[in-house]
Design a binder for this molecule. Structure first.
Ligand SMILES: CC(C)(COP(=O)(O)OP(=O)(O)OC[C@H]1O[C@@H](n2cnc3c(N)ncnc32)[C@H](O)[C@@H]1OP(=O)(O)O)[C@@H](O)C(=O)NCCC(=O)NCCS
Length: 163
């Protein structure tokens, strides 16, 4: 399946609400539940760095975003990273290509970005394997950071990449 990666645009907002809700409906992936994915949430992340993967029909198959930290001490850091690929399109290389676009963009940002960071649920080994392959290093573990509706607790794995 062929797809193209481009910068997200403001008019992608409702397609991105639909995409993130579809991905969030599958357990153990995104932190947010479908009902927590709102237009306001998407508009806020579109104000940062966001790339989309688009299929031949123009449908958005995947999205990645992150934002520059606002406190001056941390302003060289891109954080709050989330990546989501539609459940029908996972494992096709879309997530990897979205990361490549984000990392290339980060390298060109001015003032410079020197670090990209993310967190992944310990119960998402596929995502963690992908991040390792992309060059992210394990930096720590937040014990019982996540709590699912059934009461199950999950650690968060902190990962970072220096540019
Ligand atoms: C994680 C995710 C972004 C990867 O994107 P992708 O397009 O599927 O990944 P790619 O095809 O570029 O790379 C394949 C690798 O991604 C990971 N991966 C593939 N499918 C996955 C899935 N359903 N869930 C988690 N990771 C997956 C695996 O490491 C895989 O490598 P492997 O084949 O050696 O196991 C995507 O699968 C996804 O959106 N998953 C659900 C949401 C999620 O987990 N987001 C990350 C939260 S930290």
């Amino acid at each position: 399946m062929s797809f193209q990666v481009r910068a997200a645009r403001p008019d992608d907002v409702m397609a991105l609400v639909d995409l993130h809700r579809a991905v969030a409906a599958v357990p153990d992936g995104l932190a947010r539940r479908p009902e927590e994915i709102t237009r306001d949430y998407v508009e806020r992340f579109l104000a940062g760095v966001s790339f989309v993967a688009v299929g031949p029909d123009g449908a958005i198959w995947g999205e990645i975003h992150a934002g520059r930290e606002t406190v001056a001490l941390f302003a060289h850091v891109l954080s709050n990273l989330t990546v989501a690929v539609h459940p029908d399109c996972q494992g096709l290389g879309i997530g990897s290509r979205l990361f490549e676009a984000l990392i290339a963009h980060a390298r060109a940002m001015d003032p410079p970005i020197l670090r990209i960071e993310l967190a992944a649920g310990a119960g998402n080994p596929g995502a963690i394997r992908l991040y390792e392959r992309l060059g992210f290093k394990h930096e720590g573990r937040q014990v019982s950071r996540g709590r699912y509706p059934d009461g199950r607790l999950e650690d968060d794995i902190l990962m970072g990449m220096l540019l």
